[in-house]
Design a protein around this ligand. Structure first.
Ligand code: AMP
Ligand code: MN
Ligand code: ZN
Length: 858
């Protein structure tokens, strides 16, 4: 962006401010309108002038929050995050410096010639082909250009790569999200990367793309070793290549597209000659070796290797976000030292200090929220002037500032005004105010991938007072309705009190047997099988000798105290039980394999719950396919005879008007119920939709009212049907007892399921199964008998029967393991209780008094 045009834009605002005291919001709108009508070319990174190209980035590795930067985690290395991901490779290079490949000989004249064309790389296929070219090179030169004015942390706007044959200019704005395509060539120790003054480039590449340079030759380091009078690139270009450059272009706005001819030339120049220069410096280093080691015989210093080592030491640097004790402190210190005036008395000094600090804190938060540089928001000089003069009205604030006010200052002028006039305002109040102000309905504080973490950190501390506008559809796509649904879901279904009471049970010899809930303790206490030994949290000692000890069985899961948090992400504020083994299967397990329930019921927050649930539903479909046992049911009218057939529901059954896919009992019953109850009053569109679902069950034929009533009963046993009829009070004309379905392909199972246990819940569905009141380690038997209207009909039972028939108990254990794997794969849970194990075995011998013993003696 041409600096002049922005100045003009700003001037317009200032005038507007003085002419009328208009609210910041109106001004901002006006500003946007003005900049829109401004000249449209050149554009900024493909965006119109007031848009910022980084708003289109989807992968933002370094956000504007206060949390530390997360470096690349390599799959092949179990390296902890604090270490450089390529530490091993770089260390090896430091100990065994590589020689610079001999590359100029076959291209002797090329280096000084820049008349050829260059390649502009701005599509993914082009970048992939470049990666291919580079992987075949022994050496290539690199430089990057940054943009830091309209961004808080800055971003790489251009990357220049030159091989001996060709210059490439890579549009790192257009390709921001796929730059990892170049990660392998940069990390390849057999390819030398030539930079000039790489200190910044190395960490910028980490910050934006998780690109780490391994094997580098830095021409500036070579200059150091050779004691050159200067080590700037301009000097080297002039001395070795006879090229004079205008380094002022360095500070151009590198977001502009298309780049001007001048900028293209400058950018190419920065990389094009580097290989040639490196070659010259390398020979000088080698000849310095021979000349100087001959005069100091025995001296092992190898100048070339020293340059190589210093270069690769630069690669070891790690990008970190700057941290300070509290926001704005370091800027405040330096501004204060420049502002401090000897004439001020002590009280005034501390007042001044305080105000500068507050202004800096305000500026810091504003810059982070809006993803702007500090100096774009408010200059140091203005902060100093404002703190000294303490202007009392908005117009005076604008007048006191040394530059034209930025749109941020304009749209937040009330806040700034409040801050300046109210010296009693604490930093905490200030932040609260800022965050409240951010509710500006005009949307002057858009939510983005850059500030999401920052704002959610702050918002989690300050309750839910935010309702900011969303910028960009992708990033944090949480629509209002989805959020409302989520919140409702949390309210309704999350556990109301801690799930794990962490009560303890000890054996009579004092060894800890397990942690459990209060109900389990009471079970033993009521039967005089234990005595209370501690109250808070409660603990009992068993009065009988338990059969086996958990730790004897190599099974320490049960003696871990469990935390009331989401086992996946650690969320503490709400959680819901999640059954890792869906109960549509588990309910059919033999009793002795059901005991290890607490291992396979974990707590999840709603977001993780939904993720896990989706993965489980996916896996159920796979199970259906593998076992040849359908999830969905269908009844087909065939030559006058009704048959229920199996239908493997591999696709979403909602669009199943072809009659070939069938329908899950759950969807069938929900649809039938809605039609029976509200069919006449609902919009015809919705009615047709529900009718399709029911028709899918009846093979696509027209359905009668009686069919609807029959559909309500699909998947229930006679008992359930009776209870269901009473509960719903529906004027059903059917006789529940006599309703039988003719079986075909589903021998004896339709309607036999005790419980069609659709175990898990999803807040984006409209059906929930809330059993948070259920104790998690006792009441196992009762809970499985509960009537449930949710589920997959006979699927679970058939699968379990097959497993038991073919593989016995071992089959069930393997099946459980598989479900745990599905769970772990879907969530990568970070907070599973110690001792939790995919291989957890359900085999355990129960003592006579165990609550799990099916033939309990008590
Ligand atoms: P260079 O290493 O010369 O290609 O510079 C790379 C990037 O660093 C440029 O795109 C600028 O963003 C930034 N930069 C380097 N030196 C300066 C400077 N003196 N003033 C402002 N920005 C600079
Ligand atoms: Mn450059
Ligand atoms: Zn979670």
């Amino acid at each position: 962006m041409a600096g002049g045009s922005r100045e003009k834009t700003r001037a317009v605002i200032v005038v507007a401010c003085f002419v009328a005291a208009i609210s910041g919001a109106i001004l901002l709108r006006r500003l946007r309108k003005r900049s829109r009508s401004r000249s449209r070319s050149p554009k900024i990174g493909g965006c119109s002038i007031e848009e910022k190209p980084q708003e289109k980035f989807k992968r933002v590795l370094a956000d504007n929050s206060y949390s530390p930067f997360k470096h690349l985690k390599r799959d092949d290395k179990g390296s902890p995050t604090e270490l450089h991901p390529y530490e091993e490779e770089i260390t090896h290079l430091l100990q065994n410096p590589p020689v610079l490949p001999d590359f100029v000989s076959d291209n002797a004249n090329a280096p000084l010639d820049m008349s050829g064309s260059y390649t502009w790389v701005d599509t993914e296929p082009q970048l992939k082909s470049l990666a291919g070219i580079l992987s075949g090179e022994k050496v290539f030169a690199v430089d990057t250009e940054q943009h830091s004015f309209r961004s808080f942390l800055g971003f790489t706007a251009l990357m220049q790569i030159s091989t001996v044959k060709e210059d490439f200019l890579i549009d790192t704005i257009a390709l921001h999200d796929v730059m990892d395509i170049l990660r392998p060539v940069f990390a390849d120790p057999s390819i030398c990367k030539v930079f000039h003054g790489a200190d910044n480039d190395v960490i910028w590449l980490q910050r934006d793309f998780h690109i780490y340079v391994v094997n580098m030759f830095d021409t500036a380091k070579a200059c150091e070793i050779l004691s050159k009078p200067q080590k700037s690139l301009a000097y080297l270009l002039e001395v070795y290549c006879g090229v004079i450059t205008d380094k002022t272009l360095q500070r151009e706005d590198w977001r502009i597209r298309p780049l001007s001819m001048e900028m293209i030339k400058y950018a190419r120049c920065d990389a094009h000659y580097l290989l040639y220069i490196a070659n010259c410096l390398s020979s000088e280093l080698h000849s310095k070796n021979t000349s100087e080691t001959s005069s100091f015989s025995g001296d092992k210093l190898n100048f070339f290797f020293e340059a190589s080592r210093r270069s690769n030491a630069v690669c070891m640097q790690l990008y970190t976000k700057e941290t300070e004790p509290s926001p704005g402190t370091s800027a405040a210190t330096s501004i204060f030292s420049r502002t401090f005036n000897q004439k001020l008395d002590l009280a005034k000094v501390s007042e001044l200090k305080e105000m500068i600090w507050k202004l800096c804190a305000w500026r810091d938060l504003m810059a982070r929220i809006h993803d702007e540089s500090l100096r774009y928001v408010l200059s140091d000089q203005s902060i100093s002037a404002l703190a000294v003069k303490l202007p009392k009205v908005p117009q005076q604030i604008y007048g006191t500032m040394t530059e034209s006010p930025s749109p941020i200052v304009v749209s937040h002028i009330d806040e700034l005004h409040n801050l300046l006039k109210n010296s009693n305002l604490s930093i905490d109040d200030l932040f609260d105010n800022i965050l409240e102000m951010r509710l500006d309905p005009v949307g002057c504080c858009p939510l983005s991938a850059y500030n999401y973490a920052l704002l959610s950190q702050l918002s989690s501390k300050r309750g839910d007072m935010f309702n900011f506008s969303l910028s960009g559809s992708e990033k944090v796509a949480q629509t209002g309705s989805k959020r409302a649904s989520r919140e409702l879901f949390i309210k309704k279904f999350s556990c109301k009190s801690p799930v794990y009471h962490n009560c303890r049970i000890y054996a009579s010899d004092g060894r800890l047997l397990c942690y459990c809930d209060r109900k389990k303790l009471e079970w033993y206490l009521q039967r005089d099988l234990a005595k209370m030994v501690e109250n808070d949290p409660p603990a009992i000692v068993l009065l009988f000798e338990p059969k086996g000890r958990p730790d004897d069985e190599d099974n320490d899961f049960y003696i871990q105290s469990k935390r009331n948090i989401c086992v996946s992400c650690g969320e503490e504020k709400h959680y819901i039980r999640y059954r890792i083994i869906p109960s549509c299967y588990r309910m059919h397990f033999p009793e002795h394999l059901k005991s290890h329930r607490s291992h396979d019921i974990v707590l999840l927050c709603v977001d993780c719950h939904e993720k896990a649930h989706k993965a489980a539903e996916r896996y159920k479909r796979k199970v259906a396919e593998e076992f040849g046992v359908p999830l969905f049911v269908q009844k087909i009218v065939d030559s006058g005879e009704e048959k229920v057939i199996a239908s493997i529901g591999l696709t979403n059954n909602k669009n199943s008007n072809d009659g070939g896919k069938g329908v899950s009992p759950l969807h069938l019953r929900t649809a039938a119920m809605a039609l029976l109850r509200h069919g006449s009053s609902m919009p015809s569109e919705r009615r047709d939709q529900l009718m399709e679902t029911v028709k899918a069950y009846y093979g696509g034929r027209e359905v009668s009212e009686k069919d609807l009533e029959s559909a309500l009963l699909v998947g229930m046993n006679p008992n359930e049907r009776r209870r269901f009829g009473k509960k719903k009070g529906l004027p059903l004309t059917l006789d529940y007892k006599s309703t039988t379905l003719i079986k075909n392909g589903f021998p004896s199972n339709i309607g036999n399921g005790e419980n069609n246990g659709h175990n898990n819940i999803s807040y984006s569905d409209n059906h929930h199964n809330n059993d948070s009141s259920e104790a998690c380690e006792v009441g196992v038997l009762e809970s499985d008998r509960r009537l449930s209207l949710l589920g997959h009909g006979p699927h679970g039972k058939l699968v379990v029967e097959q497993l038991l028939e073919k593989y016995g108990d071992e089959g069930i254990l393997q099946f459980c393991q598989k479900w745990r794997e599905v769970f772990v794969e879907a969530l990568q849970p970070q907070f599973l209780p110690g001792g939790w194990n995919i291989k957890h075995s359900g085999k355990r011998d129960f003592g006579d008094y165990s609550v799990y013993n099916p033939t309990k003696k008590v």
